[in-house]
Design a protein around this ligand. Sequence first.
Ligand SMILES: NC(=O)c1ccc[n+]([C@@H]2O[C@H](COP(=O)([O-])OP(=O)(O)OC[C@H]3O[C@@H](n4cnc5c(N)ncnc54)[C@H](OP(=O)(O)O)[C@@H]3O)[C@@H](O)[C@H]2O)c1
Length: 339
Amino acid sequence: MSDVNRRIVLASRPEGEPTPGNFRLETAPVPSIGPGQVLLRTRWLSLDPYMRGRMSAAKSYATPVEVGDVMEGGTVSEVVASENPDFSIGALVLSHSGWQDYAVSDGKGLRRLDPDVAPVSTALGILGMPGMTAYTGLLNIGQPKPGETLVVAAAAGPVGSLVGQIARLKGCHTVGIAGGPEKCRYLREDLGFDATIDHRAPDFAAQLERACPQGIDIYFENVGGAVWDAVFPLLNEFARVPVCGLVAQYNATSLPEGPDRTPQLMRAILTKRLTLRGFIVRDFATQRDEFVRDVGAWLRAGQIRYKEDVTEGLERAPEAFIGMLKGHNFGKTLVRVSS
Ligand SMILES: NC(=O)c1ccc[n+]([C@@H]2O[C@H](COP(=O)([O-])OP(=O)(O)OC[C@H]3O[C@@H](n4cnc5c(N)ncnc54)[C@H](OP(=O)(O)O)[C@@H]3O)[C@@H](O)[C@H]2O)c1
């Protein structure tokens, strides 16, 4: 065990795109534990788009990280010292230790992981928060039915790739939008999407229309921006739009130029009887058992697959995070902090 705790703190709040200068790598002594506590060593750190929101002071559904504080994040951690009878040394747990080597916990909120059931890193991806987001948002709000057309963007990421695969299992025509030919080929050939489109193609909107000859019944909104502009006119009557994320807008510093299109949107919601519903995964926390049961079974049966994009070393977390927001990741973004 090292005697130093490396931690990455928020050095300053970003204006637009985050830069390496918004983060600072610090060292501190490894914390000591008291009665009832455990010392956790981070093995895997999850990097997720929501962290961009935590870097900002703007009002949101969660409190921001303060400047100077350790960046927040989900982790898979190992118990390396324990004064808590519920957790023995060597146990692996799902924690929220943040971007650092070590953290102290009183055990509340820790979830024990069994490496014999699934690789523990999946607790941060397909069997964790992103997977549950896909499952609950699609099934509760999207309500897929056989023969319907589903469109999802950021389709090669952990949320989008599971949305498309569950929709396929439910009998939908699945259209995935992703950045670049390699991601598009993976979605078609490895994950079974019926059609894919590169959102950077100059004729993106025309390609999307051709891929959705029956219109769009479910649009799982992960990105907003130009993708939403192309999807909106193709929505069918009674289409459902689970609004999960708007990653294309997270770095925006002002409203887009052009006329206010809210009246058009409201008219379409009325005349097409659209359902647009935002959600945060914790809204569906009571459905965790169904999620683990169904997604676990599909995984074991080989009906769904997942991909991880691993960066080695805590010190490289800022560059991996900045890259993910721009689509440099190919699969669930993880940092291997220790092995
Ligand atoms: N509501 C909730 O509770 C909840 C929970 C988890 C995640 N989310 C949201 O779900 C979405 C996906 O999350 P994830 O973890 O699966 O992320 P992810 O797909 O691994 O990473 C984000 C992806 O967004 C794509 N992207 C970035 N800018 C774009 C743009 N301008 N146009 C189109 N695509 C763009 C990039 O992929 P390409 O290479 O394909 O462009 C990038 O890889 C995010 O919006 C996230 O905030 C919401």
